[in-house]
Design a protein around this ligand. Structure first.
Ligand code: GLU
Length: 450
């Protein structure tokens, strides 16, 4: 007790940590850093490409290239050692034209406003493509959460929530988990918001623990969705998934879940990586063993098995395989490595893993890319199910969740696939065409206020 008081007496103001917003954790080369800091430019560039193909009205194009609002907040936290640290946080609404903003919250040392704006924009397309009555939003805090104690993490989350409280809510903007955030963090957001309102408001976030209004199947939803989409694609291409060799970049919630699902179906995962690098084995990895290792020791680097080779993330991307699943962060496949890729299909588990330049190179090479807004849409889809379950206070079974998820994803995949054939464009362009035209129609119908 005395110790705590002494600590408080020593409470000193430390300099605000410099945000390392130019750091790309997967490959900090100069070139990548440059692309990384321009995620929003990349998002706007994608709008231009599709707008031209669609002959989209110039005013609508102009409108879509702006975010509705961005909030930057300072988050002062009393650290366990008594010092004060001030972190920077963001919440961005790209569009709420089709409904409340929806999108994840990420905690990472490379988070910056540009990146969050891009991610919010991509959420708008994703929700519109899936035809969910939601808009696009995203949030983040520039922090390395592995350096925080549980108490510090809780204080950070609660203070961030208090700072953005006026722009979130079940009918304004509903955060959810993303990189380095989870159900516990959503519980702290829900509690902070609810305490402020004087009543329980479960609908303020999705991805909550089931005990406080979360949904079954939400945690595995993005990985499950990737699988449904991959299955649908294989059917169209007459490809035998079981005899395919898969490489996965990222071993978090998304990479880990899809690896687990595929492994259980008997598909060979020949390489998988985390932020420090990956493991490669031509005859296939034992994913169950690796998941156990990850849950206990976190990184794959220290995993010792004679026939598993440790490789860099850069080398992992260029491995000879049938299906490459980038399931980490944005800007991993760029013009500098696209030519060296050796896969037939790219299934984008991450948001924005491929730059437009790389996209062009790969399309020319004949690589089929299932774009992020379609491939990883399972997460936000089950978030939407959670949101409606909260509103109705009536909860669904896992069977119902997975059935409805599959229905939405497979229908959307079919629509994208047929449009891509009809217009002779890539799956990405077709997906964007559907998403943007749906949003453009909504903007037109609502008109511009005043
Ligand atoms: N963070 C996830 C995504 O990027 C889920 C967002 C949500 O459920 O709102 O799609």
């Amino acid at each position: 007790m005395l110790k705590k008081k002494e600590k408080e007496a020593e409470f000193v103001y430390k300099k605000v940590p410099v945000s390392p917003d130019e750091i790309d954790i997967f490959k900090p080369t100069k070139e990548r850093v440059l692309v990384k800091s321009n995620s929003f430019e990349m998002a706007k560039n994608q709008i231009d490409i599709v707008a031209e193909k669609m002959g989209l009205n110039e005013n609508i194009t102009k409108y879509l290239k702006k975010v509705e609002r961005s909030l930057i907040v300072s988050i002062p936290i009393k650290m366990d050692d008594g010092n004060l640290e001030i972190f920077e946080g963001y919440r961005v609404h790209h569009s709420t034209v089709r409904g409340p903003g929806k999108g994840g919250l990420r905690f990472a040392p490379n988070v910056n406003l540009n990146e969050i704006k891009a991610l919010a924009t991509w959420m708008t397309w994703k929700c519109s493509l899936l035809n969910l009555p939601l808009g696009g939003a995203k949030g983040g805090i520039c922090v390395d959460p592995t350096k925080l104690s549980k108490g510090e993490l809780e204080r950070l989350t609660r203070r961030y929530t208090a700072e953005i409280i006026n722009i979130i809510g079940p009918d304004i903007d509903i955060p959810a988990p993303d990189i380095n955030t989870n159900a516990q963090i959503m519980a702290w957001i829900m509690d902070t918001y609810s305490m402020n309102k004087g009543r329980a408001v479960p609908g303020v976030v999705t991805g909550k623990p089931i005990e406080i209004g979360g949904s079954v199947g939400r945690e595995s939803a993005t990985g499950m969705g990737l699988f449904y989409i991959l299955e649908a694609l294989c059917k169209k291409l007459n490809l035998n998934l079981k005899s395919s060799r898969v490489v996965i970049q990222g071993f978090g919630n998304v990479g880990g879940t899809i690896a687990d699902i595929l492994y259980e179906k008997g598909v060979k995962i020949i390489a998988i990586s985390d932020i420090k690098g990956g493991l490669h084995a031509k005859e296939g990895l034992n994913v169950k063993e690796l998941l156990k290792w990850r849950n206990k020791f976190r990184f794959l680097k220290e995993f010792n098995k004679n026939n598993y080779k440790f490789i860099s993330n850069e080398d992992l991307l260029t491995l000879d395989c049938d299906i490459l699943i980038p399931a980490a962060i944005e800007n991993q496949i760029t013009h500098s490595n696209a030519n060296n890729l050796n896969c037939k299909i790219i299934l984008e588990g991450a948001n924005g893993p491929t730059t437009p330049e790389a996209d062009e190179i790969l399309n020319e090479k004949g690589v089929i890319i299932v774009p992020d807004i379609l491939a990883n849409g399972g997460g936000v889809c089950v978030s939407y199910f959670e949101y409606i379950q909260d509103i109705h206070s009536y909860f669904w079974t896992l069977d119902r969740i997975n059935q409805e998820l599959k229905k939405i994803l497979v229908t959307t995949f079919d629509n994208v696939y047929y449009l891509s054939k009809e217009k002779n464009v890539s799956l990405r362009i077709a997906a964007y065409m559907i998403a943007i035209s749906r949003l453009a129609k909504a903007i037109e119908l609502r008109g511009i206020f005043p």
